[in-house]
Design a protein around this ligand. Structure first.
Ligand code: C2E
Ligand code: CA
Ligand code: CA
Length: 687
């Protein structure tokens, strides 16, 4: 920065003159002090009155100058130049007054006094370098009048030293001026430096400020942009959501029936393909039921499409209720539905479901005060026998359904003729079963149970038989499931109980139990317990002669309920045997917690017990366990001497099997009891 511009810079000027104004107080006080001092020196001299005026003038001027400086420092109300000019002017007046003091030295002869005054003058000139030379004009205004006056007095005095004194004074003045200029320059440089630093700092601050501004700007812009992006993103997400929703609903429509919400043919094919995979992997059967409503067209034509649609929805709700959750129900359009049954145990299961479907749809539908009767024709195809692909399986089930329709509707047909025949037989048998009780076609056989030590007969298992007039002898493994499916098991079960009680009453034999097989279904009915209690009371027989056989599956179904049910049977006085033990999964802890009196070891365990050592140890463990739980054990299906000898070595309790006797007719029992014991004991002793 150049000097000119520096000077023009008022800020720089301020900084430069600031020390001048600040030093005014000390400078002023010094002047006042010296003025008083000199007045005291001159007191009593010829110049006493002049000295008084001059000292007062100096004092007043000093005070005024102090006031001006204070005013500037404190209020700064006028232009800086005004303050400087006033300061310089007053300083000049003080300088002139001091010059007058020097001048009056000409008028008395006391040399030592004069020298004293000059000394004070020199001192002031020298000292004021510090207070005034920051502003050269002020210093010059102060020292020039004094110097001139002193120089003049030295010259005028004209004594022997005066010239040397004048010379020395000129040198002194020169030194003072040079010192003052140097001092002034140094001050200016310092101010310049400070100014430079300040302006540097100022510039930096400004740059910093600008930087912050632009940073803020940038941040604002970034925020704006971010907001725009967020908005844009939201918009995009919205668009994507809508697209996904549209895709989802398109996908849903592609795979579902709009009216019922059921899977449509596309999804059905998918599901069938999937279950073909799992069925072939797990070596299981699968059934496709093709279902078409009977008389639906009539209803649609006569009552209108709206009612037709409601009917379809109601049909789908009913079907949903019947089916298991893993079965697939789909609507093919119109009045056609397809059901996929996975993991079939046997084809009977498919028949069972199809029958339930037909039965449920035969029940009346009520829609808007209309009572509507429909029926359903069902065609069944079975994987893998009737086809290996979804399209063939559906087509064949459709063909079978067509046959069912042609045969008059409201029935089911298998695609495979032989199965349809089987089905027909089954239906015929079922029909026959309904009248079997009335026609007195059932009878009981009694299979003896023999004590393994003594050969005594301890009891008989009662086994149900059916001889049909047209179909002849039919085994329980065929008709018992049919009894269960048709619900006839309840009346048949009661018939067995009555039969046994009557036999006991008419053939009183001591120490012999009669065991009765119970179906799982009978466990749901407490009516059965009341029936048993009543019958026993009525006949007046010993209830301990009756034993009930239950299977393991019961225990697993509902433990608590089973426990209560068995407790009830116990409370009548009957005993309980666990049938087919070893084929299921009954845990020992279950056994211990239930009121069971007898364990019947299944024939599959007995078979070959003499040949397989590990089988032997399992059975041995069962025997030991039954003993420790206080239960009797009965070995079922014992056919050979070898089996008997192993059972004997294990200390088995009771034996039931063809080795001793096949199931007997009721009228053979007396004969059996009178002859058997010795023969049996001999057999037992022999092996
Ligand atoms: P279950 O309770 O296991 O009956 C034992 C079956 O083993 C009987 O077959 C019996 O004849 C047969 N059996 C006895 N000793 C031998 C033998 O040494 N070798 C062979 N191979 N078999 C033997 P059945 O009479 O055909 O009965 C079959 C199943 O029918 C019975 O199995 C039982 O679960 C059921 N059942 C029979 N009568 C009734 C009944 O009145 N009510 C109920 N709910 N089910 C019954
Ligand atoms: Ca049994
Ligand atoms: Ca059994």
């Amino acid at each position: 920065m150049s000097k000119n511009t520096l000077l023009a810079d008022s800020n720089f000027l301020e900084k430069q003159v600031e020390p001048l104004f600040k030093a005014t107080l000390s400078g002023g006080l010094a002047n006042i002090f010296c003025a008083c001092l000199i007045f005291i020196f001159l007191y009593g001299s010829s110049q006493e009155s002049n000295a008084l005026i001059l000292s007062i003038t100096i004092t007043l001027l000093s005070v005024i100058r102090i006031y001006v400086s204070r005013h500037y420092l404190k209020y700064n109300t006028y232009k800086l130049e005004k303050y400087i000019h006033s300061h310089v002017f007053i300083t000049f007046l003080i300088g002139v007054t001091w010059a007058a003091y020097a001048y009056i030295q000409l008028y008395y002869d006391d040399e030592s006094l004069r020298n004293l005054v000059f000394l004070v003058n020199f001192g002031l000139i020298a000292a004021s370098i510090a207070t005034l030379s920051t502003w050269m004009y002020a210093y010059l205004a102060y020292m020039i009048p004094q110097s001139l006056a002193i120089f003049y007095v030295f010259v005028k005095l004209d004594n022997e030293y005066s010239l040397q004194m004048a010379g020395a004074f000129v040198i002194f003045t020169g030194i003072m001026v040079v010192t003052s200029i140097r001092y002034n320059n140094r001050i200016k440089k310092e101010v310049e430096l400070i100014h430079d630093l300040n302006s540097e700092i100022g510039m930096r601050e400004e740059a910093q400020l600008q930087l912050e501004h632009s940073k803020q700007d940038l941040e604002n812009k970034v925020n704006e942009r971010t907001k725009e992006l967020v908005d844009m993103n939201l918009h995009l997400e919205n668009v994507i959501d809508k697209k996904e929703l549209a895709e989802k609903s398109l996908h849903y429509l592609a795979y579902h029936d709009e009216l019922t919400g059921l899977p449509n043919k596309n999804l059905l094919v998918d599901r069938i393909n999937q279950s073909i995979k799992t069925s072939s992997r797990d070596n299981q059967k699968m059934a496709i039921l093709f279902l078409d409503l009977d008389r639906f067209k009539n209803i649609n034509d006569s009552l209108g499409h709206t009612i037709g649609d409601i009917l379809i929805k109601k049909v789908s709700t009913r079907l949903h209720k019947i089916l298991r959750s893993r079965d697939t129900l789909s609507r093919n359009g119109g009045d056609e539905f397809v059901v996929v049954l996975e993991r079939l145990k046997n084809t009977d299961e498919a028949i069972h479901v199809a029958m339930k479907v037909i039965n449920s749809l035969t029940e009346t539908f009520e829609i808007q005060a209309h009572k509507i009767h429909i029926g359903a024709s069902v065609g069944i195809s079975i994987y893998p026998t009737d086809g290996m692909t979804s399209s063939i399986l559906i087509r064949n089930a459709d063909t079978a359904m067509y046959k069912a329709k042609q045969s008059g509707g409201n029935q089911l047909q298998f695609y495979d003729e032989s199965m349809s025949n089987q089905l027909r037989d089954r239906l015929v048998l079922e029909n026959e079963l309904h009248s079997a009780l009335k026609k007195d076609e059932f009878y009981l056989l009694y299979q003896p149970q023999i004590n393994c030590l003594t050969g005594e007969t301890t009891g008989f298992e009662t086994l149900l038989r059916w001889t049909n007039t047209t179909y002849g002898e039919i085994g329980p493994s065929r008709f018992v499931p049919l009894l269960e499916e048709t619900g006839l098991i309840y009346s048949a079960g009661e018939w067995v109980v009555t039969q046994v009680i009557n036999f006991i009453k008419t053939h009183p034999i001591n120490n012999v139990t009669y065991s009765i097989n119970l179906s799982v279904l009978q466990f749901n009915s407490y009516k059965f317990i009341d029936f048993v209690r009543n019958e026993i009371d009525k006949a007046g027989i010993d209830p301990s002669q009756i034993e009930f056989e239950i299977t393991e599956s019961l225990l697993i179904n509902d433990f608590e309920k089973t426990k209560v049910f068995l407790g009830e049977l116990h409370s009548i006085g009957c005993s309980i045997a666990l049938d087919d033990f070893g084929t299921g999964y009954t845990s020992m802890s279950y056994l211990a917690r239930l009121p069971i009196d007898v364990i019947k070891i299944d024939k599959s365990l007995v078979r070959n017990i003499n040949k397989h050592n590990n089988l032997k140890s399992i059975v041995k463990a069962i025997v030991t366990m039954s003993e420790s739980l206080g239960m009797k054990n009965i070995f079922e299906g014992v056919e050979t001497k070898e089996e008997l000898s192993v059972i004997k070595s294990m200390k088995g309790n009771i034996i039931q099997g063809y080795l001793f006797s096949k199931p007997l007719m009721a009228d053979e029992i007396d004969h059996w009891l009178s002859l058997s014991q010795d023969v049996n004991q001999a057999k037992i002793l022999k092996f």
